[in-house]
Design a protein around this ligand. Structure first.
Ligand code: LLP
Length: 463
């Protein structure tokens, strides 16, 4: 007989309300390797361990909520991307997914390059020793100050995003007596199968220069005329959390089409093409992401085939995975504060964080998994909604998931696959403090981004 904390709570499949979930899993204690960091397992007491450290000790030592990041997994994924693309291609990790100095050092050691999109990310990268020539600088509205710092520090490439920026970067480079290597970001008109806010290659949005109406060709024309610029290639990023490779296929076809137009008009074969990031990861057991070697093979074949058809020599390819490297390597560890069963609906489980440490559910209707991790339980599954402590009813971390019905205040639960776009998009809403990032590796844990303190908040409040 299971210990039920609240027998009135909705638990059985025949009383489940409408929602976005499959049937409860046969065993809630099983951790699906698809969504959890690689070294995650349960010890003999049923406590989740990662990197050889159990979550009860992690909570005692570092508090909750906390992002727990598996270093071996991060390095393994970074290396897998690097190896998959080999020496004829470049892998730029997209720092916006999550950036810290420890991450920059790992990337450097594993032979990856880095994509940054603000002065802050550039400073972090340089301060951790990433060589400037392995950095790409992105953004649709880089300030002149950011451009100056990027050019001065010698970044390997700046990705130009507008006609104004072509002139701005050329000017700044020239005034510094430099010739800046640049790519032009174009929008290829692809509808990526993902949430509207993270699709970036359809024409009606702020990024890039449209291929349509010959605008991209005109941008190339202008860039080639400016002494301060060395145009090395064309860039396309079609969106994020994408599983279907057909969008990349269309994008590659159109980018190569532009390379051909450039060759025919200017007699120049641009040496590089960047296909951006965007590869999806598993947030729930229903997601089936591709392995880096499959992606590398597919992208390389597409580009090679398109170039052969256009009688162009195959350019050097670069890719910019963010989520696919860091996403699965971390989970968020929370402590349960309250458990509130609503008859005929679901049980609301409140944790000590929320939309300030994971805005993705509220912003994109993102789906997540969750598990009780401080112990195993054989209680019946109950349909739960994991919510935060913020003053909003939309403050939802996991919309619909099954947790054991004996869940009680004080239990630790964890939400996997929060390595990407959670800490990097965290806020101080309600003056809630941003959680630390704790790295686990070979039986040790260490803080790489510390928890915010109330003093931090007051330090910024100078009124
Ligand atoms: N390259 C460029 C030019 C990008 O804009 C992005 C992401 C990436 C690479 C990396 O994409 P990834 O491989 O991580 O999908 N906050 C949203 C995602 C926004 C992505 C922005 N650009 C989310 O939480 O889903």
């Amino acid at each position: 007989m299971s210990r039920s904390a609240h027998p009135a709570g909705p638990r059985h499949a025949d009383v489940l309300p409408e929602g976005h979930y499959s049937a409860p899993p046969a065993d809630l204690n099983t951790l699906d390797g698809k969504v959890w960091a690689q070294t995650v397992t349960r010890n003999a007491d049923g406590v989740l361990t990662v990197g050889g450290v159990d979550v009860v000790s992690l909570a005692e030592q570092h508090g909750t909520p906390a992002y727990i990041l598996d270093e071996a997994d991060f390095r393994g994924r970074a290396r897998a991307w690097r190896t998959a693309f080999g020496n004829d291609a470049d892998v730029f990790y997209a720092g916006k997914a999550f950036l810290s100095r420890a991450v920059v050092r790992w990337l450097h050691e594993e032979g990856l390059n880095l994509d940054v999109c603000s002065g802050g990310e550039l400073t972090t990268a340089l301060s951790a020793g990433m060589p400037a020539d392995r950095i790409a600088f992105h953004g649709n509205n880089k300030s002149t100050e950011e451009i100056r710092r990027a050019v001065e520090s010698g970044v390997g490439r700046i990705v130009l995003d507008s006609f104004q920026e072509i002139v701005r970067v050329a000017h700044i480079a020239q005034s510094l007596g430099k010739r800046q290597r640049v790519q032009i970001r174009i929008t290829v008109g692809v509808e990526a199968h993902t949430h509207e806010f993270i699709a970036t290659a359809h024409e009606d949005q702020k990024f890039g220069i449209p291929l349509a109406d010959g605008q991209a060709a005109e941008a190339v024309r202008r860039a080639l005329q400016l002494d301060g610029l060395e145009l090395i290639g064309i860039h396309s990023h079609i969106g994020s959390q994408i599983f279907d490779m057909s969008g990349f296929e269309v994008a590659a076809h159109r980018v190569v089409g532009l390379l051909k137009v450039i060759r025919d008009e200017h007699g120049v074969e641009l040496p590089e093409i960047d296909l951006g990031g965007g590869l999806g990861i598993a947030y729930t057991s229903d997601d089936d992401p591709r392995e880096p070697h499959e992606i590398a093979k597919a992208l390389t074949e597409i580009v090679t085939r398109e170039c052969e058809a256009a009688r162009l020599s195959t350019p050097r390819i670069s890719v910019e995975p963010g989520r696919a490297i860091v996403g699965p390597t971390a989970f968020t560890l929370y402590q349960v504060g309250t458990v509130k069963p609503l008859d005929g609906l679901r049980t609301y489980v409140s944790v000590d964080g929320g939309m300030s440490d994971n805005i993705r559910t509220a912003l994109y209707d993102a789906e997540y998994s969750v598990a009780l991790v401080s112990r195993a339980s054989d209680a019946e599954p109950m349909l739960a909604r994991v919510v935060g402590k913020h003053c909003e009813s939309g403050d939802i971390v996991v919309k619909d998931a099954f947790l054991p019905s004996d869940l009680a205040p004080g239990d630790l639960i964890a939400v996997p696959a929060t390595g990407a776009y959670c800490r990097s998009m965290a806020s101080n809403y309600n003056h809630v403090l941003r959680p630390p990032v704790v790295v686990v590796h070979e039986g040790e844990s260490r803080v790489v981004v510390r928890r915010e303190t109330e003093e931090d908040l007051l330090r910024l409040d100078v009124g």
